[in-house]
Design a protein around this ligand. Sequence first.
Ligand SMILES: [Zn+2]
Length: 247
Amino acid sequence: MAVVKSVCYVIKTFTINDADKVAVVLTEGGLKKSLIAKNGARLKSAVAGKLDPFNFIEAEWFEKEGQKLQPLNSAAIKKSYFKRISGDMGRFMAFSFYSELADLLVHGEEGSPKFYRLLTHTFDFLETHDDLQTATAYFMFWGLKLLGVFPDFETCAQCGTGLSDGQNCGFSTEKFYCSQCRPQLKPLPEGVPGRLRIMSKQPLSKLIPDPDSDLALLTICNNIFTAFTGRETKSFSLMKPFVFPAG
Ligand SMILES: [Zn+2]
């Protein structure tokens, strides 16, 4: 048994055995862990208010191999976004969506520190910006890209022609095609190929809002996600009307 200390993002929490609280967290090493706080669900618990979703905490726990729940030793808040959501449904929905993606995309023993950095980058951005549309498209695009499941968007999957204009580009079953190879596909909004190129090179804070391209991109990402994981996110359709009210 080893003592482990890490800054973590709290993805979700639930209560078991009436009073014990389980926090599913993403560590800065990009691993998903389930930490259990004995009596942590009681009001007077030392972890009350700390193990809440959307919090970044510094946690220490006893790690035992092969054990599902790791006993939490201590937790302290580093940064809390829990209060930021009060009265802000857009942020609440967006944060819930990011948490669900982290929960469903992160697996296994090999961590993805880059995924953790993507999460902190997105939250940092939303501390000083209100552009939930760009942030949400960026988070999902990069989340899939880091896992290696976002397809090549610069060339047609069939003939290899460069895809520079949405009008000549369509998307079907996880791949991008030119309009010559797949004339039956609905053309993408014109800005999508350019948006993808910019997103793959620029940090979030450098991006200029482009809601039409971002909504199209997010829909593509959601298709890829469903094909890859074999399941739908619960929060995608809930989040969409709040983050893209005009969509
Ligand atoms: Zn083609």
